[in-house]
Design a binder for this molecule. Structure first.
Ligand SMILES: NC(=O)c1ccc[n+]([C@@H]2O[C@H](COP(=O)([O-])OP(=O)(O)OC[C@H]3O[C@@H](n4cnc5c(N)ncnc54)[C@H](O)[C@@H]3O)[C@@H](O)[C@H]2O)c1
Length: 351
């Protein structure tokens, strides 16, 4: 019998990629958990049913569970019934701007939903690797305290100790996180604790900008996907502050799934990794406009608002050295250019 994988948020960007990768490349039977909550958080533009249908059509034996991770009893029963060999938790309220309007939904989903899954895993399958998608927002806006230098099209760190980016020992304390960042901190620390205290093989993956062709990008979440969508539809993209030179590091969802497979092959306990594209896959918004124009052959229309998003990072890229040291067979395989090419192609085919 093939091993089983349980993925929450299976209709989302990362969840769907993990379902496909573990099914196709590793022969797992996949159980997806998603209730299309993204459409509730972001309206019809955030609807992920198209991706759920794609998985049901393309993956042999894929089982979809229409379950809200806030439903504690439902989560406990599902984990006891499936007893998955691997748990990947990607379901979340993912936007820091949205969280301010829905604080209870945000915390109940991100913090309490994660606790529901952890405790259900401890009861039903404590040996199974548990991977949690955390975020670089757990560092709050503390990265903005690093000295910066302004280049023609981007900000960069002026302090040489950050030449490789932000490492996992960076402070998560005493900075502005947004309510989203705070609910993700609660989840992140709880995932570590189920490792350190109970010995479960857990890890937190603190994502930079996670992206790829299967993102349902909206203005409040999914920056590159949404930017490409605006470009193709000839709609104006609003740049919020920092002169459009703010820097994000972008990692293709396939490289996220590949890292998870490496962790499953050699699990560790209570680990934390900064999982982004690193400096090589970093871009400012202005630079992203040029790259997207190259692949879409359409000009990017945009407006500029002086007001930056509250708690937004001016410059953030992940230091990938810990991941590479622990899992030397893993590395980034999808360049930023290739990723953008795929996102352009995907929005064109969805239109
Ligand atoms: N995309 C990014 O740039 C990024 C960056 C850092 C961290 N992350 C984290 O990675 C994870 C995955 O992000 P993504 O971009 O794939 O998000 P996504 O919104 O594309 O996917 C999340 C999925 O979870 C589902 N979901 C939400 N609440 C649910 C609930 N209560 N019960 C069941 N299903 C629910 C949604 O319907 C959606 O399909 C999240 O934890 C997010 O915080 C994402």
């Amino acid at each position: 019998m093939s091993k089983s994988l349980l993925v929450t948020g299976s209709s989302g960007l990362i969840g769907s990629e993990v379902c496909s990768y573990f099914s196709r490349e590793l022969g797992y039977t996949v159980h997806g958990v998603d209730n299309n909550q993204r459409a509730v958080f972001f309206g019809p533009q955030g609807d992920t049913r198209w991706n759920q249908s794609r998985l049901s059509r393309d993956l042999p034996g894929f089982v979809h569970h229409e379950l809200d991770i806030r439903d504690r009893q439902g989560v406990l029963e599902l984990l006891h019934a499936v007893k998955p060999a691997v748990v990947v938790h990607t379901a979340a309220q993912p936007s820091h701007d949205r969280a301010a309007a829905i604080p209870f939904d945000d915390f109940d989903t991100n913090a309490v939903g994660t606790l529901n899954l952890l405790e259900a895993t401890r009861q039903a399958c404590p040996e199974s690797p548990f991977m949690h998608m955390s975020t670089n927002k757990v560092y709050g806006d503390a990265p903005n305290r690093i000295a910066l230098r302004e280049l023609p099209t981007r900000w960069d760190y002026a302090d040489p100790s950050y030449a490789e980016g932000i490492a996992e020992d960076f402070t998560i304390d005493q900075s502005k996180h947004s309510l989203f960042g705070a609910s993700k901190v609660a989840a992140d620390v709880m995932v570590q604790e189920y490792g350190r205290y109970f010995g479960l093989p857990t890890c937190c993956l603190r994502g930079g900008c996670l992206t790829g062709p299967n993102h349902t990008g909206v203005e409040l979440h999914g920056f590159l996907s949404y930017l490409v969508k605006c470009n193709l539809e000839g709609r104006s993209y609003t740049v919020f502050g920092y002169k459009g030179k703010q820097v994000r590091d972008n990692i293709h969802s396939l490289d996220v799934a590949r890292f998870m497979a490496a962790f499953v092959a050699a699990p560790r306990v209570g680990e934390v990794y900064n999982l982004g594209g690193g400096k090589a896959n970093s871009t400012s918004i202005l630079e992203a406009f040029s790259l997207v124009e190259r692949y879409s052959s359409k000009p990017q229309i945009y407006t500029y608002s002086d007001q930056h998003r509250s708690g937004d990072h001016i410059c953030y890229y992940s230091d990938l050295r810990k991941m590479r040291a622990h899992y030397p067979s893993w590395d980034i395989t999808q360049s930023l250019e290739e990723t953008i090419r795929q996102i352009v192609e995907s929005w064109r085919s969805r239109a």
